[in-house]
Design a protein around this ligand. Structure first.
Ligand SMILES: [Zn+2]
Length: 242
């Protein structure tokens, strides 16, 4: 009996961790070439914090990937265009960042499709790169992602900058240990905050400043995820710092 339980449990884990992500064509890391790490920022743009972050990246000649929320992007189209103009890569992060656990497959499809279209309307080109809120991969979201024809990209390093009260030093400690091939999850805005304090992105911004300096010392370079959501041609990964 126990053996049977263990077998079904193992099948369940395989389904959640292997089969579903494969069905959705999810990516997590980047190739470990030339010491590249990819900083990715979710939940923006935020009129208070994103411009400052873009200034820091521009000052260091560093590039990043931004997964923007559709309803925020349409309110700040100039920030979204600036991202692209300064060499960053754009992905969508749904229309309104609805909690995927309480939405139907149809509602998720609308969220994913509307979020993608909002960004595409602003920049005038296709934006297939996508990240589901909370990194949620379930049967409903997998169906919705396939139908919305988005290419999901997760992360393999989460310094937890979404937690209220996290300090810049904690963020830097985690990111500072990153090796080539790492995709780092950060937030220039916050949707569904656990507490109001998380809306203040000061610690993340400060941490990025420190991480850029530290990366320089360790010989790490910053790269973007491929805009297409797939490594399809030899020019990608591209745009390394220096
Ligand atoms: Zn998010």
């Amino acid at each position: 009996m126990l053996g049977w339980q263990r077998a079904t449990q193992a099948l369940g884990v395989r389904w959640r961790e292997k089969t579903l992500p494969r069905a959705a064509r999810v990516s997590y890391a980047i190739p470990q070439v030339r010491g590249g790490i990819a900083l990715t920022f979710d939940d923006g743009p935020d009129s208070r914090f994103t411009p400052e972050l873009l200034d820091i990246l521009a000052g260091a000649g560093a590039v990043a990937t931004f997964f923007v929320v559709g309803r925020r992007a349409v309110k700040q189209p100039s920030i979204v265009r600036r991202m692209l103009d300064e060499g960053h890569v754009l992905g969508s992060h749904t229309w309104s960042h609805r909690d995927p656990r309480t939405a139907s497959a149809w509602e998720l499809l609308q969220e994913y499709r509307d979020g993608r279209r909002a960004v595409e309307d602003i920049v005038g080109k296709e934006v297939p790169l996508f990240r589901p809120p909370m990194g949620h991969i379930g049967l409903k979201s997998v169906i919705a992602m396939r139908l919305a024809r988005v290419r999901p990209w997760m992360w393999n390093c989460d310094p937890g900058d979404w937690r209220p009260g996290v300090s810049r030093d904690e963020i830097v400690r985690t990111v500072g240990a990153a090796k080539a091939g790492t995709v780092v999850l950060l937030h220039d805005g916050i949707e569904l905050p656990l507490a109001a304090g998380a809306l203040d992105r000061t610690e993340t911004i400060a941490a990025v400043r420190m991480v850029i300096k530290a990366a320089d010392l360790r010989g790490l370079r910053f790269t973007t995820l491929p805009a297409s959501g797939v490594y399809g041609n030899s020019r990608e990964p591209r745009r390394y710092i220096r």
